[in-house]
Design a protein around this ligand. Structure first.
Ligand code: ZN
Ligand code: ZN
Length: 339
């Protein structure tokens, strides 16, 4: 089989690798049917990531099970979401919902980057999934695999950045400072869950048009809005934007950052103290809340498919992935996306 391998700045190529095989009764082998880059992949492909190439890239896909161990609840043909982080489902951390901090694997174990061991990427023809029953989540009926290719990471991350806050503060005012798909998904989910105001800030006019379609106000850039928002979401990976988000919060406001700030910077800690803000910069324990996030997707109250910026053939991955795209989705002729 082949793995799409990030080899140098703006360059990816297919490399041959042995077909994965079941290594235990609880493994599954899957074939991605609709895969997409995470927002952070564009920074990696631009050469800004912390890990030197080469490595198999990709950690967002809907996949079809092609083989499953005897103890697995899955069967060949099942359509599943593959969470980006590896988790066993039974250690203390997994049991407590901290599935990206699973103690059964090296810390940071994930698809698409060789940080906590090598688990391959999801732009590969085949992928071995350990602890399949714990890892994989069936794609709910009625959901389009192409619209939900980011259900591994960016879509449920967006749900986690905003949904629990709107539950705690109904009608909250939400500021979104973003560059890629995550902020747009946040706009969609925030509006669906009753935010009274959503301001989306992004210099890209095409991104702003999608946000406006989701009912958000938009701006290319802003100065901090004093006490303007109950919740601020930053997903740019840039510290100055994070500072603007923090300085726009109302007293006791909450700032959620999608992280991946590859460069250091200073935060306005005294101002944060005086306003009483809470900042969370955290990798997402996606597996723990994925079922709830998919429930919202399946409800029809949201429309993640609007963020898909193009559908491409699997064979086009090496040429298209390094280009600038909001959310290209790659599908394959040998694994139809239909059920
Ligand atoms: Zn990601
Ligand atoms: Zn675990």
């Amino acid at each position: 089989m082949r793995e799409l391998t990030y080899v140098a700045r703006r360059t990816a190529e297919w490399r041959e690798a042995p077909d994965p095989v079941l290594q235990s009764d609880s493994d599954a082998i899957v074939a991605p049917v609709a895969a997409a880059p995470c927002d952070v992949d564009s920074a990696i492909l631009a050469g800004h990531g912390p890990i030197p190439p080469p490595f198999a890239i990709g950690h967002e896909c809907v996949a079809r099970v092609v083989d499953a161990g005897e103890s697995s609840r899955f069967s060949p043909g099942n359509l599943v979401v593959v969470p980006w982080a590896i988790s066993c489902g039974t250690c203390d951390r997994c049991a407590g919902g901290l599935t990206t901090h699973c103690t059964s694997v090296p810390h940071m174990a994930m698809f698409g980057a060789p940080i906590g061991g090598s688990w391959g990427g999801l732009f590969s023809d085949l992928v071995r999934i350990p602890w399949a029953d714990a890892m994989l989540v069936p794609l709910p009926g009625g959901l389009d695999p192409m619209a939900m290719a980011s259900a591994s990471d960016n879509w449920p991350l967006a749900w986690r950045l905003v949904a629990p806050h709107l539950r705690a503060r109904p009608g909250a005012r939400v500021l979104v400072i973003a560059r890629g798909s995550i902020g747009l998904y946040v706009c969609d989910i925030a509006r669906a869950l009753g935010a009274s105001d959503v301001l989306y800030v992004d210099p890209d006019p095409a991104h702003r048009a999608i946000a406006e379609g989701y009912g958000a106000r938009t701006a290319a850039e802003i100065e901090p809005v004093h006490h303007g928002f109950d919740l601020a979401v930053e997903s740019t990976g840039r510290v100055p934007e994070l500072v603007t988000a923090l300085r726009s919060l109302a007293p006791e406001g909450f700032c959620e950052s999608a992280g991946n700030h590859f460069r250091p910077g200073e935060l306005p800690l005294l101002e944060m103290y005086l306003t009483g803000v809470t900042l969370r910069v955290a990798r997402d324990n996606v597996r723990a809340h994925l079922p709830q996030a998919l429930e919202l997707a399946a409800s029809g109250q949201v429309d993640p498919g609007r963020v898909v910026s193009g559908v491409f053939d699997w064979e086009q991955l090496p040429e298209v992935l390094p280009e600038r795209h909001l959310k290209p989705v790659f599908v394959r002729a040998d694994q139809p996306v239909g059920r």
